[in-house]
Design a protein. Sequence first.
Length: 227
Amino acid sequence: MIRLVLFDIDGTLVHTGGAGVKAFARALASEFGIQDGTGQVKFGGRTDVSLVREIFRNEGIEASPENFARFFAAYVSCLREIIVGCKGGACRGVLPFHDDLAARPQPPLLGLLTGNIQQGARIKLERFQLWEKFPFGAFADDHEERDQIAAIALQRGSRRLGGPLRGDEVLVIGDTPLDIRCGRSIGAKVLAVATGGAPLEELRAHQPDWAVADLSQVSAAEVLDGA
Ligand SMILES: [Mg+2]
């Protein structure tokens, strides 16, 4: 039985109309004078810190703590501006699926497992009234590598639930092959959703426990009880 459910954010919980990528580009331009710094980089399933490191490398900028801090301060302020007018929303099926989980006789603990830095995650989710639905999470501030972020999310969830969890008591929900891999890295079950751009067939090829077009296609009972 699943006791902890960890959600990815972009393409899984919300669409932000590319607000994150736009905020990245604007921050790179304003702070470092880089034009089109995001053009060469693939964002899906990545962590913010690893993306910045890759862009710094491409552009010959020193990956110093000062430069990371400078970038992220600008990114957060750009994201705050851009998110207001973004065309986006909760991904299809998210709200009913959340309510379905919360209405269980013994609802699982819900958390975030994301490559966003925490402030970015908060800005994106608050825009669509979703932030307060997740009492905890693990973020790119916690670690640069997604599999390590998953391990930290598992630790924090276990602590909240009062003891260690077995892998089959944890469910990771995400929209990319990288989410499937990071769920497997902590021994969790994985539900893949094709709401983020990766086609259902591609997700299926990575053998998640479930793969659905969107969260309206699956019930809490199905995934929690393994029925
Ligand atoms: Mg995603």
